[in-house]
Design a protein around this ligand. Structure first.
Ligand code: 13P
Length: 252
């Protein structure tokens, strides 16, 4: 049985005071939830305080990126051991915004995901097609390429810690959710790719999140699909009431 996982990707939003307020409200509302894993991913500058604030509740904290070297002259970067040292548990890698605006490729996503594992953390590896790729019938090719490229060289043991987030780029921040059927079709395909790369046990055990305009109103239908194990939420994770409602509705 795969435990559901709902993660909030705050992207580049929230000042320190706003971040503290949001975590405090979440803690009060869903801080005792253990039936699903709940993760918040604030910007780097708020990670330490988010970890401190959520220490006495079930909410875990994730980062939005990582650099693959452990230390050195890499101005502006943050490493795995640094994240581990402050109590972060998850790291998002390969988000489409990083692929689109910061030159991320399958190769760099792979390096980052390995760095996450090396630091003893769990990577949330993002994959997803852009609109032109979907419209030209290349969705499955793109997904296969993202999954095999991002997880190249991974062992079955490594996969015990990996979460894959399918985020169709055309559904991110657009209000256009993939239908539950469209999402399920791709999630099922990702399991087939994992089966070929690893084995059936690994394909069956890996948690797959959907991301792209997830809201309190559509989460239940999404997680009712056999291969969807949770969500990576952007916009709706920035408000305590909508994120808490998503967490609650994912359990019903
Ligand atoms: P939205 O939920 O705002 O569409 O963003 C999805 C996303 O990119 C999460 O990583």
């Amino acid at each position: 049985m795969r435990k559901k996982i709902i993660a909030g990707n705050w992207k580049m939003y929230k000042t320190a005071a706003e971040a503290a307020e949001l975590i405090a409200a979440l803690k009060k509302d869903i801080g005792g939830v253990t039936a699903v894993d709940v993760v918040v991913c604030p910007p780097f500058v708020h990670l330490s305080s988010a970890v401190e604030q959520s220490r006495s509740c079930s909410i875990a904290v994730g980062a939005q990126n990582i650099y693959w070297e452990e230390f050195g002259a890499f101005t502006g970067e943050v490493s795995g051991p640094m994240l581990t040292s402050i109590g972060v548990k998850y790291v998002i890698v390969g988000h489409s915004e990083r692929r689109q605006f910061f030159g991320e490729t399958n190769e760099t996503v792979n390096k980052r995901a390995r760095a996450v594992l090396k630091a003893g953390l769990k990577p949330i590896v993002c994959v997803g097609e852009v609109l032109a790729e979907r419209e030209s019938g290349r969705t499955f090719d793109v997904i296969r390429d993202h999954v095999t490229g991002s997880l190249a060289g991974f062992t079955k043991e490594d996969m015990l810690k990996v979460i894959i987030a399918y985020e169709p780029v055309w559904a991110i921040g657009t209000g256009k959710t993939a239908s539950a059927q469209q999402a399920q079709e791709v999630h099922k395909f990702i399991r087939e790719v994992l089966l070929k790369m690893f084995d059936k046990a690994t394909a069956d055990a890996t948690r797959l999140q959907y991301g792209g305009s997830v809201k309190p109103e559509n989460i239940a239908e999404l997680v009712a699909q056999p291969d969807i194990d949770g969500a990576l939420v952007g916009g709706a994770s920035l408000k305590a009431d909508s994120f808490a409602a998503i967490v609650r509705n994912s359990m019903s």
